[in-house]
Write a new protein. Structure first.
Length: 246
């Protein structure tokens, strides 16, 4: 297990390497460390600006080799957002290191959690929060599959679908309360009185009666959130959702 001191030493080493790499024209600390909210379990998040005339593939290869060779990476995965590639490393110490490789034309803050270290950052639009309409649609779609999974005796799939409904209801609650609505980041920021009402939607076993019980609870909660967004839509969906949960 890594220590905060080891994490800070590694981050400083990566920042020094970025300064020394002529192909990296800017860098920023992102994530919790950028806004002073780092804790014992935080990872390392760095955004690196790749020069327009640099061989991007070679930059990626060189930095990947460095993390494996010098910092005991055991695996990595890539997440792409537009032209930006986030290479996420798992170290043997269980520390996560996220290196985002940005083009020079797009390098800049897309969230408040961005602290420029060197180089020039552009003004960037903040990505929109998920649309309530999409979350509602996914909620009733999961409900359809929860009903069919229970009817077919596919208990694990049913649990998955009911949990998916719950996640979308929680995201709608996060939107309503103005906290982050993606990746569960705002769920623990919701008022305790609000979040407590969803504990009944947790599936406690794969028993069919338990699945049906949890399905009923989350269906009612979904309708409640829909009503707050669009009362007319809630009226239209009440019959179908009640039928699915029954």
């Amino acid at each position: 297990m890594f220590t905060p001191t080891q994490r800070e030493r590694l981050r400083e080493g990566l920042i020094s390497a970025a300064h020394a790499d002529a192909r990296i024209t800017g860098a920023a600390v992102t994530g919790s460390a950028a806004v002073g909210r780092e804790d014992r379990w935080s990872d390392i998040d760095l955004a690196l600006c790749v020069a327009a005339d640099a061989d991007r593939a070679q930059v990626l290869a060189d930095w990947t080799d460095r993390v494996y060779r010098d910092h005991a990476a055991v695996h990595h995965l890539d997440v792409t957002r537009g032209t930006t590639l986030y290479r996420v490393f798992l170290l043997a110490s269980t520390l996560q290191v996220d290196l985002a490789f940005w083009s020079a034309a797009e390098f800049g803050a897309i969230a408040p959690t961005f602290r420029l270290l060197f180089g020039m950052a552009h003004e960037r639009p903040t990505p929109p929060a998920p649309a309530a309409a999409e979350l509602i649609g996914m909620g009733w779609l999961y409900a359809l599959h929860a009903r069919s999974s229970i009817a077919r005796g596919r208990m694990w799939q049913a649990e998955y679908m009911i949990s998916g409904m719950r996640d979308h209801v929680l995201a709608l609650m996060c939107l309503r309360h103005g906290v982050p609505a993606v990746q569960g980041r705002g769920m623990d920021l919701l008022p305790s009185a609000i979040i407590a009402g969803l504990t009944g939607a947790l599936v406690c076993s794969l028993d069919i009666d338990e699945l049906r019980r949890a399905f009923g609870v989350i269906s009612e909660a979904l309708l409640g959130e829909i009503e707050r967004v669009d009362a007319g839509l809630a009226v239209r969906l009440t019959g179908p959702l009640n039928e699915l949960a029954s």
